[in-house]
Design a protein around this ligand. Structure first.
Ligand code: DGT
Ligand code: CA
Ligand code: CA
Length: 586
């Protein structure tokens, strides 16, 4: 039985949804919700951990009860407690919770009073004006709900990159294990590291396609087979994600990889370029007349078109083809370039590990530095640090430093940017720190002018170093706040502030497009994990992916710099005051 962490998370979330609709104890609901989140983001596969060591790792928020439930899911793929709950309600009732403005109480009312079972049923009830007649509803809320439901019905489901990765990765060893298989690559938007993925596209090369298709469609993770032929198949996994398989001869590997990596726009541009040169390009190769002239490697395909090889993350037809016609593309930043992380939390606020545990994990990754940046005090959702608590943490860091001779532990804070642009700690406290990460956690709905002014003012603070998750968006859940990004970027350059590429799978903020805009404006970036557990340092991979999609090189990234250069950047106004000195940091 193959169970991913994301499957466990999904089951726990379903339990939480159903408990909520039933009106169960909110603490119980929250326990499931938190466990879903932690397990979903856990770095190592719990299934592998259990089979390797015989027990589960210590997971914050997972006590003996939930531990037992995880084991049940890992061994059976199901949870009897969920099966029982599901019998109480129609199977698609909780889909209604995905509609903005619909909480569990309303969902239950629709079910009990109107017999609504699913989103379509709700839509009919709305259109028949049955909802408007309910107590607590009226024509206005009816109108609003109709809009939300229509938006939901039109939406095609996409998966966050990190979630898609959990589903994609086990497929590779499975298919590599089939006799005769040469290469297995997950191509498509996944290979291009797009922030969300619609479906997975798996390319396999072999001389003998039959057994590959057979293993694929009969894999235990497959829920249903949509189509199956001699060299291709499409399935839906039990997680709901679709996977398209394509089996090709090894001589076509490069051409097929180019074709199935996409993007579609990139492919179309390549095809046009080929035509201009009297060539024909498809997934089997590049042809002059009937003669195959390239196709075994991606490099050969690009070369015959007069191009240098283009990294998958750039293949969006955003100028990469014209640029590669002129010579090699920039060497994009990669994970091993990072020398540390400048945004990480501990148990003192909402993290799960101690400073020491975080430092050990950083050391084990071979990093030169790690900044501890817990939340400041005013943040209402957690107990933020005030001056005394922060001093206390500073002393803890001082004591630990001798244990980590090769890792610089930096004292930092993730300080709230208040509504008026002030920072949520006194200057004297901020001055005592090695770095200040500033972030907006409240008042997301300020007007564009006010939100921009607020952030520009914060960046004017002489100790402000990094603007964390600059747009505040949560993928698929919360829109970015309204912001004049160009002005923010220009202020960042002027004040020697770096913008964060927050690597958390739900944030990926800055986006690829803004990364590129930042580079064009000469702004430095910091690719940070915002880790709340040691395992979440792994999330940096997703941040690096977005930066690469934004054409970012190591030289643009402050945490790809050696410690000395990083400190130079952070200590900006202790040694100098104006942007004219910035040339020092190139
Ligand atoms: P997704 O799945 O929506 O996140 O995005 P992709 O890029 O993975 O798109 P998908 O799965 O429809 O197709 C995978 C790749 O196959 C796509 O990036 C390019 C190639 N491809 C598919 N259909 C066509 C087509 O009609 N024309 C061309 N030129 N390429 C195609
Ligand atoms: Ca795809
Ligand atoms: Ca596809």
């Amino acid at each position: 039985m193959l169970v991913h962490n994301a499957d466990i998370a999904r089951i726990f979330d379903q339990v939480a949804d159903l408990l909520e609709v039933r009106g169960d104890n909110p603490f119980r609901v929250r326990a499931y919700r938190n466990a879903a989140r932690t397990v979903g983001e856990w770095g190592e596969s719990l299934s592998e951990a259990l089979s390797k060591t015989g027990h589960l790792p210590r997971i914050p928020g997972v006590g003996t009860d939930l531990d037992g439930k995880i084991r049940e899911i890992l061994s059976t793929g199901r949870l009897s407690a969920l099966d029982k709950l599901q019998k109480e309600f129609p199977p698609h009732l909780t889909d209604l919770l995905e509609i903005p403005g619909l909480g569990p109480k309303k969902v239950r009312t629709f079910y009990e009073e109107l017999g609504v079972h699913d989103i379509n049923g709700l839509y009919r009830a709305l259109r028949d004006h049955r909802v408007a007649k309910l107590r607590g509803f009226g024509p206005r809320s009816e109108e609003r709900l109709i809009k939300s439901v229509e938006a939901r019905l039109a939406k095609v489901r996409r998966y966050k990159l990190a979630t898609a990765a959990q589903y994609a990765r086990p497929l590779v060893p499975l298919l590599k294990g089939v006799r005769g298989v040469r290469e297995v690559v997950v191509a498509g938007s996944f290979r291009r590291m797009k922030e969300t993925v619609g479906d997975l596209d798996v390319l396999v090369t072999t001389e003998d396609p039959e057994p590959v298709v057979q293993s694929f469609v009969s894999w235990e993770g497959v829920d249903r087979v949509l189509a199956s032929g001699s060299t291709k198949a499409s399935v839906v996994l039990s997680s709901g994600i679709q996977v398209d398989l394509r089996v090709m001869p090894p001589t076509s590997f490069g051409a097929a990889l180019v074709y199935f990596t996409g993007s579609r726009a990139h492919n179309i541009a390549l095809r046009r370029l080929a035509q201009d040169r009297g060539l024909k390009i498809n997934e089997y190769g590049v042809f002059r007349g009937k003669t195959l002239v390239a196709g075994e490697t991606e490099e050969s395909v690009y070369r015959i078109l007069g191009l240098s090889i283009i990294p998958p993350e750039l293949r969006e037809d955003r100028g990469e083809i014209q640029r590669s016609a002129r010579g090699p593309l920039p060497a994009l930043v990669s994970l091993p370039d990072l020398k540390g992380d400048l945004h990480a939390h501990t148990r003192r606020t909402d993290g799960h590990n101690s400073v020491r545990e975080m430092a050990e994990a950083a050391r084990d990754r071979g990093w030169s530095y790690l900044a501890i940046t817990d939340h400041s005090r005013r943040l209402t959702m957690v107990h933020g640090l005030g001056p005394a608590a922060l001093r206390d943490q500073g002393e803890e860091i001082d004591r630990l430093r001798s244990l980590f001779p090769d890792l610089a532990l930096l004292k930092g804070i993730e300080v709230d940017i208040l509504e008026d642009g002030q920072l949520d700690l006194p200057d004297s406290v901020l001055e005592s720190l090695d770095l200040v990460v500033g972030a907006v956690h409240s008042k997301f709905s300020l007007s564009r002018a006010d939100q921009t002014t607020r952030i520009l003012r914060a960046m004017d603070h002489p100790r402000f170093n990094i603007l964390a998750h600059p747009t505040g968006r949560l993928i698929g859940e919360r829109e970015p706040y309204d912001l004049d990004m160009l002005r923010v970027l220009r202020k960042a350059r002027e004040r020697q502030v770096a913008l964060e590429v927050n690597a958390h799978p739900e944030r990926l903020d800055l986006t690829d497009i803004y990364c590129r805009m930042a580079k064009d404006e000469g702004v430095r970036l910091a690719i940070n994990s915002d880790a709340h557990t040691t395992g979440e340092f792994d999330n940096l991979e997703w941040g690096v992916g977005q930066a690469r999609r934004g054409w970012i090189e190591a030289s643009d990234v402050i945490n790809a710099r050696p410690l000395g250069e990083l400190l130079d950047f952070l200590r900006k106004r202790k040694t100098r005051s104006g942007p004219e000195d910035e040339a020092k940091f190139v």
